[in-house]
Design a protein around this ligand. Structure first.
Ligand SMILES: [Zn+2]
Length: 229
């Protein structure tokens, strides 16, 4: 197996931080269908080798600034002597990778199903992923798009304040439990509240309510007659 010219991995290539370097390695391993194992991963050193015993593919990078800062690839052998994957799964096909892979699609199609993701992943990479992992990847991607529920609840006080500050006459009241958890929120937009002042009072009766009213009226008439006699 020989490296493709467009490989993002080469000696003297810099990455903004260790996370970006790891993502590039994982992405490349999946696209070239081989797995790697980590020899060491510290705040200043990162070394991986092909998972197949005896294969010379390896990468060594180290931080060139402060810890967890820019990482530079110092040594790199991009040639394999192995036969690639001997199974259909992939060690580097994590939920995190699946999330970043499916992210653009979910922005256009949020209801895209995990079962379809399993098929698409197999088609694109030739790799099997479990339904549960596809589901975790989708959940993670949706969090990247919309934020987590925790983030949304944390933003509630600010949201209520913004409503009152930007909508004159509005009331946004947040109620919390004794242990500072969300309980409920009451929101009344000023424009809607003022609109009610111009509504005409109206009593509506549906068929059931009308007959109930009629029955009560008849009972009252009979009662009145019996007491008049
Ligand atoms: Zn290899």
């Amino acid at each position: 197996m020989t490296e493709h010219e467009q490989s993002p991995l080469a000696i003297d290539i810099d990455f903004g931080n260790l996370t970006l370097l790891k993502e590039a390695c994982r992405d490349w391993a999946i696209r070239k269908t081989f797995e790697f194992k980590t020899v060491r991963a510290t705040k200043t050193r990162y070394e991986i080798v092909c998972k197949q015993e005896g294969c010379p593919w390896r990468l060594y990078a180290r931080s060139i600034g402060e810890a967890d800062n820019i990482f530079r690839i110092i040594k790199y052998n991009g040639d394999h002597e192995c036969f690639g994957l001997m199974h259909t799964g992939h060690k580097q096909a994590t939920a995190k990778f699946i999330a970043s892979w499916i992210l653009p699609k979910l922005k256009q199609q949020p209801d895209h199903r995990p079962s379809a993701m399993v098929i698409d992943f197999k088609t694109e990479f030739g790799i099997d992923i479990e339904y549960s992992k596809a589901l975790r990847g989708k959940e993670r991607a949706l969090e990247m798009i919309h934020g987590t529920f925790e983030d949304a609840y944390k933003a509630m006080p600010q949201y209520c304040g913004d409503i009152e500050a930007t909508n004159p006459g509005s009331i946004a009241s947040l109620e919390l439990t004794s242990d500072n958890q969300f309980k409920c929120v009451f929101i009344s937009f000023g424009a809607s509240a003022m609109g009610f002042a111009h509504c005409r009072p109206l009593i509506g009766l549906d068929t059931k309510a009308f007959f109930l009213l009629l029955l009560q009226l008849m009972l009252w008439v009979n009662y009145s007659r019996s007491h008049m006699l």
